[in-house]
Design a protein around this ligand. Structure first.
Ligand code: PLP
Length: 295
């Protein structure tokens, strides 16, 4: 797959197509050694001349609220739209047969200037829908539960933890993924220290109980997912109600179906949690995937 990179200068309001192979970031950039920045990953679906950026507005709104949580300058929608369009144009021109890919866009606090000011910088590049993603969509995944180390609903008491902001500090999420792999599972499932199920390292969890879809409330201590909200907004079309609720691991294991939902994977069945099988709902999985891909 072609690699397209666009550099974004928020101060000058410019976007510039660049070469991923060329040096891009000074080592002094605060994203590089502090993880001090924010990002989003959107799924782009292509069919003939149709281009769907799934959940485009929800992603951008979350990007703005993450910027606000970190005290970064408000990202201007025109600039970031131009960057997104430039990446999409580059990828389509290089491979007109492509049907889907992701675009990751980020805003870093940038480098600290001698006078104490900072120069934020942004970038956007494409990411492939790889085999791990297509396999997960087709066959589902297994997970191991991991204590996140804090109680549920801590965020409002400790805003400096940035719970609910999509920051570039993903080392803990990556470590959880590696730990899950060492346990022989595909994914981690974070649980609050007091036993409330939260989310995966890069996904939200939705369970079905009868005709109800349930997911933990973002205020419990997790990232409010664009995919989860899309599903909830359309639940009635599937003959289901949608509710935010606190639940524990046993409710996931006893559910009538459970899914990890996220932008790139869409909806993937959670087949097994901590070695316990969970009912699979193939019909609803197909409907959820179609609903999300339609954007
Ligand atoms: N939770 C976390 C921690 C994530 O990183 C992500 C996405 O990367 C999600 C949930 C799912 O969010 P979305 O559906 O917007 O991709």
């Amino acid at each position: 797959m072609t690699e397209a990179l666009v550099l974004i200068d928020p101060a000058a309001s410019t976007v510039e197509v660049s070469d991923l192979g060329a040096p891009q970031l000074p080592v002094t950039d605060l994203s590089a050694h502090r993880g001090d920045g924010i990002f989003e990953t959107v799924l782009v679906r292509l069919g003939g001349s149709d281009v769907t950026v799934v959940n485009r507005d929800r992603h951008f709104a979350r990007f703005c609220s993450s910027a606000s949580a970190l005290g970064l300058p408000d990202p201007g929608p025109d600039l970031w739209d131009r960057a997104l369009e430039a990446v999409i144009a580059e990828v389509r021109a290089a491979d007109p047969s492509l049907t889907e890919f992701g675009v990751r866009y980020a805003l870093s606090r940038g480098t600290q200037n001698p006078d104490g000011s900072q120069s934020p910088r942004g970038w956007a590049f494409n990411v492939p829908v790889d085999d791990t993603i297509t396999r997960a969509r087709a066959h589902g995944i297994s997970a191991v539960s991991l204590d996140r180390g804090y109680d549920a609903y801590l965020g409002s008491k400790a805003p400096w933890l940035l719970i609910g902001a999509k920051t570039l500090s993903y080392a803990v999420n990556q470590a959880a993924g590696r730990y899950a792999a060492e346990q022989g599972t595909d994914e981690a499932l974070f649980v609050s220290h007091d036993g409330i199920v939260l989310e995966g390292p890069t996904s939200n969890l939705i369970i079905r109980r009868g005709d109800r879809l349930l997911t933990p409330a973002p205020e419990a201590g997790l990232l409010s997912g664009t995919t989860q909200r899309l599903v909830f907004d359309h639940a009635a079309e599937l003959g289901l109600t949608a509710e935010y609720a606190d639940f524990g691991l046993s409710e996931v294991i006893d559910a009538d179906g459970a899914w990890y939902v996220s932008s790139m994977r869409t909806a993937v069945t959670l087949n097994q949690l901590d070695g316990n099988p969970i009912k699979r709902d193939e019909d609803l999985t197909a409907k959820l995937q179609a609903l999300i891909m339609a954007g």
